[in-house]
Ligand binder design. Structure first.
Ligand SMILES: [Zn+2]
Length: 280
């Protein structure tokens, strides 16, 4: 009898293990250091050791450097400063818009409404108050300044070539899906060639958080994650560095799990039959 019980427990444990989901967590931010990317004209990252033993340092940096957010007040006066953004606006369902193949052949690519509709065709209607981020594959270039800005003269704004959002797509996300935050894996929520920055203005006017230089988007599913945007709570800030991260549950192998549960059921049935025979 003992081995019956042993196999019974083993089968049950295996089945439960296969059916369970595995929680995952993914870092979506770059380290802040002297290589951190920022818009031309901004001061550079400054890190000074104060003490060793009982360690303490001093650092100073522009708000808009490396992985960071744009508060609505960044572009539209009177809108939320960094510390005024409600905490419930700093997370949401992850919507990753993969335009890597398009951006690979067109560095001036802008995410369209069609790209958003294609995502919905694949994964269903976007949840409200989501966090939508463009994955253009640009993270492979970070922090090489000429590659990221797509220009041999990264001090000259008019020479930039990198992908981002089209204003029609941002407007659609706001009006049709009440989006919480819109991000990019490039330096700006407007594409490199822009001189008027319409997406920045639309995001600011509608109190939507912008996110720039988001990292590691290949490591998070295009649908099914939750993205958190823990920005430094800077009083009177126009943005700020954020250690953005995503959580999601790994899908188990449904086929294997189903097969194991079926085997387990058959085993229980046979065990019951044997026991019944012994009793009778
Ligand atoms: Zn910014």
């Amino acid at each position: 009898m003992a081995y019956h019980v042993y196999f019974c427990v083993l089968f049950f444990a295996t089945a439960v293990h296969l059916v369970q989901t595995v929680p995952r967590i993914v870092n979506l931010s770059y380290k802040q250091n002297r290589d951190s990317m920022t818009w031309p004209g901004n001061p550079s990252y400054n890190f000074t050791q104060l003490y060793r033993g009982l360690e303490n340092n001093h650092f100073a940096m522009p708000e808009h450097m490396g992985t960071h957010i744009d508060a609505p007040a960044h572009t539209v006066q009177g809108m939320w400063k960094t510390d005024q953004i409600p905490i419930e606006n700093l997370y949401g369902a992850g919507v990753i818009i993969n335009v890597k193949s398009k951006a690979a052949t067109d560095p001036d690519y802008r995410v369209t409404v069609d790209d958003l509709l294609m995502w919905e065709k694949k994964y269903g209607e976007m949840p409200r108050r989501a966090v939508a981020i463009m994955n253009s594959g640009w993270s492979s270039k970070y922090p090489n300044i000429t590659l990221v800005f797509g220009s041999p003269k990264p001090s000259n704004e008019s020479s930039f070539h990198f992908p981002s959002w089209h204003e029609d797509a941002v407007t659609w996300l706001i009006n049709k899906r009440q989006i919480n935050a819109v991000g990019v894996d490039t330096p700006s929520t407007d594409y490199g060639m822009s001189s008027t920055f319409p997406c920045h203005t639309i995001l600011g006017k509608n109190r939507v958080v912008g996110m720039e230089n988001v990292a590691n988007l290949d490591n998070v599913p295009e649908s099914g994650s939750t993205i958190y945007i823990p920005v430094l709570n800077i009083a009177d800030g126009s943005g700020g560095p954020a250690r953005v991260f995503a959580t999601y549950d790994d899908e188990p192998s449904k086929t294997n799990a189903a097969a194991m549960v079926t085997c387990f059921a058959i085993y229980l049935y046979l065990l019951a039959a044997v026991l019944m025979c012994n009793v009778l």
